[in-house]
Write a protein that binds this ligand. Structure first.
Ligand code: HMG
Ligand code: MG
Length: 316
């Protein structure tokens, strides 16, 4: 066993390789009470890239009054583009509407993500739209992004339960997801915004998409770890053939418009788990841990990740 890494024991019938889609700089920092200085955010993104994370979502071009934590999106991306060029232009950013897309296009960014709600109440609270009228925002935004040659990811929130509405029907999630794919999103990230998913539910939702003609290759899973089920849910996703998982360095995260949402699945927990299974991911675990410890210093609170806590105490 290598120091600081689990012993590798593979399990049959799991994918050989997965893509970790890092959301700490966006989903993580959007929910921090402290306003993190732009220069610290830039260093966070750089360190995550240096740690080998293949996709690092950087920020959101949303209304600055709705998410003040990310009001410096343009400043952050301008600085990163000046420093990193095309590497920074390839970092995905959230855009809810045409105004957000225009702001991303002005900086020459190449990857955007729209974010839909699977429920009526969250569409209203997060987007000031109804379940139906949210698409009036997304349709022209996605069309314009595709016409400009951009790559568009679609998120669906509240896929496994909603704090105001309770259980969410599989068909409702599939209907919202299909609409995003039909509009041209290349990938769909299924969000467990408040962390209530369990393994059977994950498999049932993937099967429901499959029955509707959506292959697992087009799905990503986005778990928050409120009830400690995120890794078990990843395992269920792997068994069902999903190969893209969202995670956040140090387990930062939540959603400012869903107060029962806690941190995302920690990238370090995911990396430890995948490493133990012998699944390739390309990420340097020690480098992510060091980054999370450094960021925890800026946020003034320790990381909730068990792997960060365990490794932060072990020698490098
Ligand atoms: P609205 O108030 O309905 O906006 O908000 P509007 O279209 O009526 O426009 C009102 C004013 O806002 C206008 O300015 C616009 O220009 C301006 P005025 O003409 O009055 O001077 N405006 C903007 N300014 C800057 N950037 C923009 C923008 N859009 C409009 N993009 C809106 C609608 C969607 C903008 C608002 O509801 C919003 O910003 N919501 C974002 C909420 C958010 O970011 N939530 C967190 C991300 S989702 C999440 O975390 C879940 C996820 O992780 C998956 C999971 O866990 O499930 C993805
Ligand atoms: Mg989220």
């Amino acid at each position: 066993m290598t120091e600081g890494l689990p012993m590798v024991v593979a399990e049959p019938d799991l994918p050989d390789r997965v893509t970790i889609y890092e959301v700490g700089a966006r989903d993580g920092l959007q929910n921090e009470e402290a306003l993190v200085p732009t220069a610290v955010k830039a260093e966070f993104v750089r360190r995550l890239l240096d740690a080998g994370l293949p996709v690092v979502e950087a920020t959101s071009f949303v209304h600055p009054k709705w998410v003040p934590q990310l009001a410096d999106a343009a400043e952050l991306m301008t600085g990163l583009v000046a420093e990193l060029g095309d590497t920074a232009r390839a970092l995905p950013v959230l855009v809810p509407n045409q105004r957000g897309l225009d702001r991303a296009l002005e900086l020459g960014l190449r990857h955007v993500a729209v974010f839909a709600s699977a429920t009526e109440t969250f569409a209203s609270k997060n987007l000031n739209r109804t379940l139906d009228t949210q698409f009036e925002m997304f349709e022209p935004t996605i069309q314009q992004a595709l016409a400009a040659g951009l790559d568009v990811r679609g998120y669906v929130s509240m896929c496994f339960g909603d704090p105001w509405e309770g259980p969410v029907a599989l068909e409702q999630v599939v209907a919202v997801g299909k609409r995003l794919l039909d509009l041209g999103c290349h990938q769909l990230s299924l969000g467990d915004t408040i962390g209530v998913a369990t393994a059977g539910h994950v498999k049932a939702l993937i099967a429901a998409f499959d029955a509707a003609g959506v292959d697992q290759a087009r799905l990503a899973l986005h778990f928050h770890d409120t009830y400690g089920q995120a890794l078990t849910n990843v395992h269920a996703g792997l068994q069902a053939g999903v190969t893209t998982f969202d995670a956040s360095a140090g387990g930062l995260g939540g959603c400012p418009y869903a107060h029962s949402a806690t941190g995302n699945l920690a990238t370090e927990d995911l990396v430890w788990f995948l490493t133990g299974l012998g699944i390739e991911h390309g990420v340097d675990l020690r480098a992510v841990v060091d980054t999370s410890v450094w960021m925890a210093g800026h946020l003034g609170r320790p990381s909730p990740s068990a792997v960060v806590r365990a490794l932060a105490q072990s020698p490098a």
